[in-house]
Design a protein around this ligand. Structure first.
Ligand SMILES: [Fe+2]
Ligand SMILES: [Fe+2]
Length: 273
């Protein structure tokens, strides 16, 4: 048995985060959950499915409405933090992230935030989403696995060496989408690299370019739109690794599901899990 508050605390503890970030929320609180439906994307249909399956709680990964979609643009400041940590000057980092914040803010303004939470309330179904903390957990694991693998190699690692490191994780072995390098190439030197995950969404061409201009040779996103990739392909310099959206999300979700199950809760996996 677990409550929605305990599910929040568990994710924060596992990710080392202190408070629930803006893109994660409890929409309908619940106590003593014993059977939960967990999916990457949850909408009204999945909430009804949960009721049909006899679940007493539902967990989504992606924001599903309420404050998590309303305040989503706030977590994009993580893009800024990552750029500063990797030596991108602050002015340049702010300029690079501003178009995404404007896009996300206007997108959030246009959205019907209460659609899915209102269905959960009508059903009396405890419902929450956990986004950034699980991505942060996954990011830490990806950083560690790449760092550890590279430290066993002699000479200058290539982009392929970083991919080989990721391929030691079961989520990438079983992925239906291969790890791609749509900009640069696998045989290029890896050089200085940035794992840009757990920042709301990927940074697109603007953010990747800011890294490339400031001494970072390789950027990893978990996904990237085709238009943004084509923009980067028109320029020279820099490698972009795209590790795969759902497989990369699962890196942080799997350990969380295991911890929930360890508390005696049955987890029904759907939507990418
Ligand atoms: Fe994610
Ligand atoms: Fe995702």
């Amino acid at each position: 048995m677990i409550s929605t508050n305990e599910l929040v605390d568990l994710a924060l503890t596992m990710s080392g985060m202190e408070k629930l970030p803006a893109d994660s929320a409890v929409y309908v609180e619940g106590n003593e959950l014993s059977k939960v439906l967990f999916g990457i994307d949850i909408g009204a249909a999945e909430l009804l499915l949960a009721r049909d399956l006899g679940c007493d709680g539902v967990i989504a990964h992606h924001p599903a409405g309420g404050s998590a979609t309303l305040r989503f643009p706030e977590v994009l400041t993580r893009q800024l933090e990552f750029m500063l940590e990797h030596g991108v000057p602050e002015d340049e980092a702010r300029d690079a992230v501003q178009p995404m914040i404007t896009r996300a803010t206007m997108g959030s303004h246009a959205r019907n935030h209460d659609h899915v939470p209102s269905v959960a309330r009508a059903l009396g179904m405890p419902f929450m989403n956990m986004h950034l903390p699980l991505d942060e957990l996954g990011r830490q694991m990806m950083v560690e696995v790449i760092h550890d693998h590279l430290s066993t190699l002699g000479g200058d690692p290539t982009v392929q060496d970083a991919i080989n490191a990721l391929m030691t994780m079961p989520e990438f072995v079983s992925a239906v989408t291969p790890i791609m390098v749509p900009v640069g190439g696998v045989s290029e030197p890896l050089g200085q690299y940035a794992i840009v995950h757990a920042a709301g969404t990927n940074g697109g061409a603007h953010v990747a370019r800011a890294y490339f201009r400031n001494g970072i040779d390789t950027v990893l996103y978990i996904h990237c739109a085709g238009d943004e990739v084509m923009r980067l392909q028109q320029e020279s310099g820099g490698n972009l690794i795209v590790s795969g959206h759902i497989s990369s999300d699962m890196v942080g979700i799997n350990p969380y599901v295991r911890e929930i199950e360890a508390r005696g809760v049955e987890v029904i996996r759907i939507s990418g899990l």
